[in-house]
Ligand binder design. Structure first.
Ligand code: SAM
Length: 279
């Protein structure tokens, strides 16, 4: 019998290191569904054994996503609830599941998410970089030339950038980021939720000095900050003053000019106030 009124695919987040971060809801769902679809049955077996879960497992991974999705749709057709887990964190986040979710939506079955840990968000909130807007990019292409193109596309993106990276590639990736994005503030978050969790915060050139970086890691880099100096500041202030004369409030005028020149409203506002107070 289904856990809900309708047969359901549960997307269950699992710990990214520390098993104490498994939620009681995740344990309940994994105990009560008929089947758990996982990336690597040996890996998930360790988790299930730890929490005394005896549900049947089937494998669902990148290499057979299409075929396994159809198998899971068949199980849902038979009225069996299925939980999808990955090796760590959220399924579908740099992990398989996207194809399955779309097939399940097409077939009209319910999808329920069971919240839990995610390496990108853990790293972001402790990085010290802006959290109001961010771009989760996941893994850059493993070929340097492709990764360079990807970074070039991200160069003018004004929000914090979040990358996943493997330890054997991190040194090259840091150098490439420095070359393409410039020497921005960054943070390398390692081994999150584990015994040797650590954060290296500094400029990209400082992070390039680090060596023998091991374990799992997330790289965060501050977004592109357009300097008002790039455009003639006097001209910008003249435009703002023009709007104020027309009857706009200072904040509105700054907002309009910032939008026109694709600048940060707050930076321009502060610069404008500083300049006005000097006069
Ligand atoms: N689905 C996962 C999630 O929701 O975070 C991500 C899986 S992805 C295949 C694996 C990558 O996530 C690692 O290479 C690393 O970049 C990052 N990651 C996973 N666990 C981590 C941890 N404990 N500390 C730092 N990074 C981690």
């Amino acid at each position: 019998m289904s856990l809900k009124n309708k047969t359901t695919l549960f997307l269950v987040a699992t710990p990214i290191g520390n098993l104490n971060e498994m939620t009681t809801r995740a344990v309940d769902v994994l105990k009560n569904v008929q089947v758990i679809a996982c990336e690597d049955t040996r890996n998930t077996l360790k988790l299930l054994t730890h929490f005394d879960i005896h549900t049947r497992m089937i494998s669902y991974h990148n290499f057979n996503e299409e075929e396994s999705s159809e198998g899971i749709i068949k199980l849902l057709d038979e009225g069996q609830d299925v939980a999808l887990v990955s090796d760590a964190g959220y399924p579908l986040i740099s992990d398989p599941g996207y194809l399955l979710v779309n097939r399940v939506i097409e077939e009209g079955y319910d999808i329920v998410t069971v919240s839990g840990p995610n390496a990108a968000l853990n790293a972001l909130v402790a990085s010290g970089l802006k959290t109001n807007h961010y771009l989760f990019y996941g893994f850059l292409n493993s070929k340097q030339s492709q990764a360079k193109k990807e970074l070039e596309e991200l160069r003018n993106f004004p929000y914090t950038l979040i990358f996943y990276e493997a330890p054997h590639r991190i040194e090259k990736t840091l150098k490439l980021c420095l070359e393409v994005l410039g020497d921005r503030r960054a943070c390398l978050a390692r081994e999150l939720t584990k015994l040797h969790e650590e954060y290296h915060r500094g400029s990209l050139s400082e992070l390039c000095e680090l060596s023998e970086l091991k374990g799992e890691m997330v790289l965060l880099i501050e977004g592109y900050e357009k300097e008002t100096e790039e455009i003639d500041q006097e001209e910008l202030f003249k435009e703002i003053n023009g709007l104020i004369k027309e009857g706009y409030k200072t904040k509105e005028a700054v907002g309009l000019i910032a939008k026109k020149h694709d600048l940060s409203k707050n930076v321009l506002y502060n610069d404008y106030l500083k300049c006005s107070s000097k006069k």
